[in-house]
Design a protein around this ligand. Structure first.
Ligand SMILES: [Zn+2]
Length: 274
């Protein structure tokens, strides 16, 4: 599943154009919808009508959402499990999973490919009610160790599921949560309100370092979607169970936490209160 660094990499590519013209400033001519359940809001008919002739002002990211402010209303796309967005020339061969295709006046196409069909598209007059449900952006300046500390103290939950909760913090998924906890030397089951000041600081640094490393590598390319990133070659713990910890040499273990595969080093990240 694309997480903050992967979504941000897509945003940067769309802004630059990457060989094609940049997306901001382009106008949408019409949309092809091959998988109607992609359209979360409004109805498919209304979406088709209202998206016509809209100008794309910018491409931004909030959490794992791609946000496209238009000259009227806002387009939002959530890639969920397997989604990818590419700006291509009209004649470029269609991919097998191109479900929703925005035809641009320039002749280019913005293609939302989605093997597992779980992605969602919204066209909203006001995106705030949806976006304001998200927690803070972990790379923003306003996200300080103090902010993290007070948010952690409000919960008595294991760190792993709490960090995955998008209303607690926006943008982290399974990869970057496991990487951040290893960097911070914290066990995934540690209770959020049990961290001392130094541990909170370490977690704050770990989260930012994991995300920034991902961004430096243009994200990770795992599953069946190749977005050009190579962070998968630099994982410390994620999908490395049975292999030696890069820090201490002990074997990385995998446990299931709230149905999610969770990778950690039992030596660097000792069990809570052990
Ligand atoms: Zn270790």
């Amino acid at each position: 599943m694309p997480e903050l660094p992967e979504v941000e990499t897509i945003v940067r590519n769309l802004r630059r154009g990457n060989g094609a013209s940049p997306l901001p400033g382009q106008r949408i001519e019409r949309v092809t919808i091959r998988w109607p359940r992609h359209i979360a809001e409004p109805s498919v008919g209304s979406f088709r009508r209202r998206i016509r002739d809209r100008a794309i002002i910018d491409v931004r990211r909030r959490g794992k959402y791609l946000v496209f402010p238009l000259d009227r209303s806002t387009l939002l796309i959530h890639l969920r499990m397997s989604g990818d967005l590419q700006l291509t020339e009209r004649g470029a061969p269609a991919g097998p999973y191109d479900r929703t295709v925005f035809h641009l006046k320039s002749g280019q196409q913005l293609r939302f490919s989605d093997a597992r069909k779980l992605g969602k598209v919204f066209l909203l007059d006001d995106p705030e009610p949806l976006l304001s449900k998200l927690g803070p952006e972990p790379l923003d300046e306003e996200f300080t160790p103090q902010v993290l500390s007070s948010r952690l103290a409000r919960h008595h939950r294991a760190l792993k599921p709490l960090l995955l909760d998008q209303s607690f913090l926006a943008g982290l998924g399974n990869i970057y949560t496991d990487e951040a906890l290893h960097l911070a030397r914290l066990h995934p089951l540690r209770r959020s309100d049990s961290l001392n000041r130094d541990e909170v600081k370490a977690l704050w640094q770990g989260i930012r370092e994991a995300l920034n490393q991902g961004l430096d590598h243009n994200g990770a390319s795992i599953d069946w979607v190749y977005r050009g990133g190579d962070f998968q070659n630099y994982f410390r713990v994620y999908q490395r169970s049975g292999k030696p910890c890069l820090v201490c040499g002990k074997t990385i273990e995998r446990i299931i936490v709230h149905q999610r595969g969770t990778h950690y080093c039992p030596s660097c990240q000792p069990e809570a209160f052990a």
